[in-house]
Design a protein around this ligand. Structure first.
Ligand SMILES: [Cu+2]
Length: 92
């Protein structure tokens, strides 16, 4: 029984970590709601083979910007969409 409880606790604690493995950390330094762009001071992006830097991203969907403010620390996923580096997911 004790083992079961420990295993269940591990599964609950580990699941969000594993689910977020594709996300990278960053701080929003500028929001351009007119053109759906974000400037993010970001950590390394493994999937894009990119080191940490500050840069502008296209945003896939304006709805992603709804709750954001400059200075927010986020976790996000970026990918190439039509040749442009684009934020496709944001987790605040
Ligand atoms: Cu970059």
């Amino acid at each position: 029984m004790k083992n079961f409880v420990l295993t269940a606790a591990f599964a609950v604690l580990a699941a969000p970590v594993l689910a977020d493995a594709h996300l990278s950390k960053g701080t929003i330094t500028k929001i351009d709601r007119q053109w759906n762009k974000l400037t993010i001071d970001h950590g390394p992006l493994a999937n894009l083979d990119m080191p940490a830097m500050k840069m502008v991203f296209q945003v896939a969907d304006a709805a992603l910007l709804a709750d954001l403010q400059e200075g927010d620390e986020i976790e996000f996923a970026a990918d190439r969409v039509d040749g442009k580096l684009t934020v496709v997911e944001i987790d605040k």
